[in-house]
Design a protein around this ligand. Structure first.
Ligand code: R5P
Length: 336
């Protein structure tokens, strides 16, 4: 090349840096939000379907030598979105991207992370293996169902807890203090609920539940003082809505004055929205790790965006800066 300086001047301003953002079809609105906050456009890519349903992908600009962030939550339709993620990763790897980070705001299959009965799979590990094999060099994710899933990947995982974002919203609407009790709807969520209770100067309550069948909930016991208090239920996932609705009913029976619910990932499958609508939950606050189509939008469901925090995390990963210092000054979660 005779005059490299001249060529560099022809590179558009936003392409002088080697950061590239791409989005699959799972949550393009969140991807656009992240792009806006970063001030980096989404790279052009097509991810379509052959007539038999197989996925085809074409990345329409060079990613050679680039630091690529591919945004694709593995939310419903889960198998489609996982497969699309894998196929795009393969395309990026074969296009000679320097480093590929799979940004997975919601990691589907996380609830199948151990064998509860003989001859069951550990699907959370299988999906982690597939993502690594397909070409991801790193993963950036939000509020994993259990943090030990980080170890299922043989590549670095940056994990953003959902709690700090939810805590800010709770504080902004005046929740907290002696008349507020943060409630974990199951034993697995106690670490997050305790951290939130500390942040809100509130007390803590814990529900022990069991699942007689898949997707069914039975509440066994509630530990903690509810009488006359505002209860704030906190969960990582709201799927059928069964856990939150059953918990709200018991909390009101135990004397709670009102019940708010927070869940990072709004899977909201089947009749979930209807179940939430008729439940004793005053408001359900979720995030946009999973898109909420118009038919799932109720006046009592409010959506917070994770775009700013994901944009900042991407900026830090790209610049080799710490991601944990985004929140660890004021967030301590004991997940033991
Ligand atoms: C389970 O352990 C999770 O933390 C959630 O509690 C669960 O996924 C919620 O499911 P559902 O809304 O179907 O009760």
């Amino acid at each position: 090349m005779d005059n490299p300086g001249k060529d560099a001047e022809t590179v558009p301003q936003e392409r002088k840096d080697d950061l590239r953002l791409l989005s699959g079809n799972a949550n393009p609105e969140l991807a656009r939000g992240i792009a806006r906050h970063l001030g980096v456009p989404l790279s052009k890519m097509e991810a379509g379907r052959f007539s038999d349903g197989e996925i085809w992908v074409r990345i329409e600009e060079s990613v050679r030598g680039a630091d690529v962030f591919l945004i694709q939550p593995t939310c419903p339709p889960t198998a489609e979105n996982i497969m699309e993620l894998l196929v795009i990763l393969d395309a990026l790897k074969r296009a000679s991207a320097r480093r590929i980070t799979a940004v997975i705001p919601y990691y589907g299959y996380a609830r199948q992370e151990k064998k509860l009965k003989p001859r069951e799979p550990i699907s959370a590990k299988l999906v982690a293996d597939l993502i690594g094999v397909a070409g991801a060099d790193r993963v950036l994710t939000v509020d994993l169902h259990v943090q030990s899933i980080q170890g299922f990947f043989d590549i670095p995982v940056d994990h953003i807890p959902g709690g700090p974002l939810l805590a800010e919203d709770m504080l902004s609407k005046g929740l907290g203090g002696a008349d507020t009790v943060v409630v974990s709807p199951d034993v697995g969520g106690v670490g997050t609920a305790k951290a939130l209770a500390d942040r809100l100067n509130a007390s803590l309550a814990i529900i022990a539940k069991r699942r007689p069948e898949i997707n069914q909930v039975e509440i066994i016991q509630v530990i903690g003082e509810l009488e006359g208090r505002r209860a704030v239920l906190v969960d990582d996932i709201v799927d059928t809505g069964g856990s939150l609705a059953a918990a709200a009913k018991v909390l009101v029976e135990k004397g709670a004055s009102e019940v708010y619910a927070y869940a990072t990932h709004p899977v909201l499958s089947g009749d979930a929205v209807q179940r939430i609508a008729v439940s004793q939950i005053k408001e359900l606050v979720v995030t946009d790790t999973i898109p909420l189509p118009p038919e799932k939008r109720l006046p009592k469901i409010r959506v917070l965006t994770v775009a700013p925090v994901l944009a900042e995390a991407i900026r830090r990963v790209h610049g080799n800066l710490s991601v944990s210092t985004l929140f660890d000054r004021y967030w301590e979660e004991d997940t033991q």
